[in-house]
Design a protein. Sequence first.
Length: 661
Amino acid sequence: MSEPEPPSSPIPPRPEPPSDPEPLPGEDKSFSGWLMEGLHARSPSSGRSGVHHLHQYPWWKVMCLTGVDYFSTLGYQPGIAFLAAGALAPLATAILVLVTLFVALPIYSQVAQKSPHGQGSILMLEELLPRWRGKGAVLLLLGFAFTDFIITITLSAADATAHILENPFVPQGFHHPVLVTLLLLSFLGAIFLRGFREAIGVAVAIVAVYLALNAVVLVAGLHEVFAHPEVLAGWRAALFAQHGSPWAMLGLGLLLFPKLALGLSGFETGVAVMPLVRGDPGDTEDAPRGRIRNTRKLLATAAVIMSVALLASSVVTTLLIPAHEFEKGGGANGRALAYLAHRFFGDAFGTAYDLSTIAILWFAGASAMAGLLNLVPRYLPPYGMAPDWARATRPLVLVFTFVCFVVTILFEADVDAQGGAYATGVLALMLSASVAVTIAHWGSRGRRALYGAMTAVFAYTFVDNVIERPEGLKIASFFIVAIVVASLTSRAIRSTELRILDVRLTAKARAFVAEAAPHPVRIIAHRPDKRTIEEYDRKERQAREDHSLDDGEPLVFLEVTQGDASEFEGEIEVRGVRVGRHRVLRCQSPAIPNAIAALLLHVRDQTGLIPHAYFGWTEGNPITYVLRYLAFGEGDTAPVTREVLRKAIANPLERPRIHVG
């Protein structure tokens, strides 16, 4: 079966994409142009992902963006600590602080160094696992990342709603938690539709006000504690009466640590937003040393601020708030510091504190949204596991906001119902980070033991959380399954795209193509065996007989070696090799038909003549070959090559010709 021979007259080459993919000012003012702004043309220079470069900011401003998630835990962490540990809450919080400073911070300092473009531990584990196993690990971790980040957005918005409804000045007409939460989520999405610059500015203002008001409340609380020594003495007496010895207190505090682990929730987002951190002028994409150093400053500063605030808040709330107020329905349930703000300074200041808490809880989802907007374009579209529009920011914002709407409605904006999933996502990512760092330092016995011990801490915490709240793993499993199904479906749909970003010919390969002039280049697709002269002689005779080619017409063999089929996009370098009198082109590619199509188009553009490719019939079940192509990048090569060309070139007269005989 052959396609009709076209005339050999030259055709105009395909127009090259503009070298600068940035849209010109005022170039496209339509809604679709605005929606897809920043969606760059893929090219070898655009990197693996083709994601557009983001504006960068001083590290302390980006810290505020991650801090809206991390610092917002002050809104509920003291209450969680008291409900879990009672009078022992300050000691349990001290253990959390030690883990923060001496386990989580060192782990994520290493993650920042190993993945300076924000991919986090996901990239580290992908590089440690070959081919489809690495892609499988990425999809698994992306499922946990989705769980963490999406539930961060919905839970924080629901918690902000709870603070709104518990304020004494709020009218009863506002007591519709789901509707109020959906409204808050809409505002968050609208800010990101505007851009990261707006999100950074809002985050800086919210964090500055929130930390200042918390400092006022904590200083007043500590002053109250030290002004009344009997409060401290009564707490100490209650501790020894309940637990006997300091060793028993320490042991119980260690057992209770997993219940407080949400206080670690800001580290993964701190790494995910690394591309927003401004480095040094001399930074390069391969070695952004300034960005790494500044991200470590970000992580350390946030960890120290949070550690001090957590310890102080646990002490003042445990010692100054009656136990029954922490229970469900009590004035301090989920809002212990807000309770003290109203008690110390009255309802006017307390309402100001409530507003700042509502603002930071509402905007806590901003760091999670920023993390998602960085992770998804770097993984799923380059794997073929999401549509190409997923490289643009605004469509993703709309998708994530819609998902948050669905989650909020399903959970009825209930904070407690989402807590298990939140903790599961956070701890799974922290465990993966510690595992990745441990493996990265496996060659050093001392560091292996150190990071191995840190991994054991997170493994214990994760397992304990899953046993205590198994619904979190169920929700995370739903996200994982949804991502895997959607990703594989997208991969199948996009499999016949022209996935080769660049074709380069060596000097000898270019000479082989030039030797065919003035005739069109005729290529024989060949699967080599022993690569002997006799093998090529036999293949050439067969091709000339099957396709009625004249003996004097020059032919070129093409041999594409199977590369890593799990890769979706790639570049090929075509080498020229002589075997006796035969000219042979050789290259390696993740997908054989796509590489042949890309080479044919390259030859067409270089010569101005339509090339021809000749294939033999493939015998066997066609469904089997389809599955082989999707999984391994090879199958019934001729029809797939033709389909790739059909999708890439609209005009049939300009497509390279495919012959099967």
